[in-house]
Design a protein around this ligand. Structure first.
Ligand code: AMP
Length: 361
């Protein structure tokens, strides 16, 4: 394929966290170099990248120089400022496209996009100020969760609202910023699908997985999800539909709730590698990170079939102190992100425990 980047090309990555780090490892395996752009000089991804920029994301001059030093640009987190993306995309392809990023940056835009494409979400309404309180509680019902529209992750910027009368206090507590109020879903399980979509529009999804959160942070991912084939097929086709609708080139994670009546509601989408896809590093021939690199570099996608079943557990805060013990487990694959400081809710690593694949796909 003529559009494919040849080996030794440089992939520019905005963001320097563990997702960028694991992407850079996968890129190196395919003979690519990575250039990491992040304000943090000690970013985990920079330790293993070929080149780097240390500058604020708002620094458009640094962004232009970065664009000129690489062959394609992608990102490993969503909160890249618009002006920076515009400065970069004038000079070099950004994959996934900037519009796809915009959809996922803002919960109100994201939910509107999903609903406009016939994809179900929890009942929701935007909350920009006191004038919205009544309509929002009517649309979402109670209990509900108030979430900031932008800049939230791992449950940050979220608060439960048990009664209509407490919405005002909740909104003030999240900083009186634009938000969405979402009806609380009494879900049976949380699942996610990671789908890759290539330059040619072909897509390949991994098997849906079960996700368990603790304190709103992902705790374990079990692959495959223990769901009926009909749910698995529907979840994959929702992910395909969203990737097509976004005209995405890259990777998309779609987090979903499965209700007690077997309905699938999309909670959130992320146009990048995702924590719930880390299991693929050890249980599939082609990991989510390699698939991401393949898509962004214009290569054919790999086979997402798994050779093992897997349970991935995040290692948060000081949980990596057990690294020695985890290494001694026969079927456990340990991944550490090289972060210096183990803050209480910080993702420091993960461990994936494998067993022979019980059923396919
Ligand atoms: P989020 O940041 O939107 O992914 O939310 C983090 C976690 O909070 C989700 O994975 C769920 O476990 C829980 N959660 C978020 N929104 C809802 C909802 N509308 N109903 C029930 N639980 C939710």
């Amino acid at each position: 394929m003529t559009a494919a980047l040849p080996p030794r090309s440089t992939i520019g990555i905005l963001g320097g966290g563990q997702l960028g780090r694991m992407t850079a490892v996968a890129a190196a395996q395919l003979g690519y170099r990575c250039h990491i752009f992040s304000p943090d000089a000690d970013a985990p991804a920079k330790e293993i990248a070929a080149s780097q920029t240390t500058a604020p994301y708002e620094d458009e001059n640094a962004a232009r120089a970065f664009a000129d030093a690489v062959d394609v640009v992608t990102f490993e987190f969503e909160n890249v400022p618009d002006a920076t993306l515009a400065a970069i995309s004038e000079r070099i392809p950004v994959r996934p496209n900037v519009d796809a990023l915009h959809v996922s940056q803002d919960r109100a835009i994201e939910k509107t996009f999903l609903n406009d494409h016939g994809i179900g979400t929890a009942p929701w309404a935007p909350v920009s100020g006191p004038d919205d309180f009544n309509t929002a509680t009517q649309a979402a019902g109670t209990p509900a969760i108030l979430k900031t529209s932008r800049f939230g992750y791992d449950g940050k910027g979220q608060i439960r609202v048990d009664a209509a009368a407490s919405l005002e206090k909740a909104w003030l507590s999240i900083g009186a910023v634009p938000a969405v109020l979402e009806g609380f879903v009494d879900f049976e399980r949380e699942i996610s699908v990671i789908v890759a979509r290539g330059l040619d529009g072909n897509s390949e999804s991994y098997v849906p997985v079960d996700n368990v959160h603790r304190d709103r942070i992902l705790h374990t991912t079990t692959a495959p999800a223990a769901v009926d084939p009909s749910i698995s097929d529907s979840a994959r086709s929702i992910a395909d539909n969203v990737a097509n609708a976004l005209d995405l080139v890259g990777l998309l994670a779609v987090e979903m709730f499965v209700t007690r009546d077997g309905e699938i509601l999309v909670n959130e989408i992320a146009p990048r590698p995702h924590n719930s896809g880390h299991w693929t590093m050890d249980a599939c021939a082609v990991s989510q990170f390699e698939q991401f690199v393949r898509a962004v570099a214009g290569l054919p996608l790999g086979d997402p079939q798994r050779h093992s079943d897997a349970v991935m557990t995040n290692l948060i805060g000081d949980e990596t102190a057990r690294w020695h013990e985890l290494l001694a487990e026969g079927n456990a694959c340990l991944h550490l992100y090289g972060k210096a400081e183990a803050r209480p809710t910080r993702k420091m690593g993960h461990v994936t425990r494998l067993s022979p694949a019980a059923r396919r796909p």
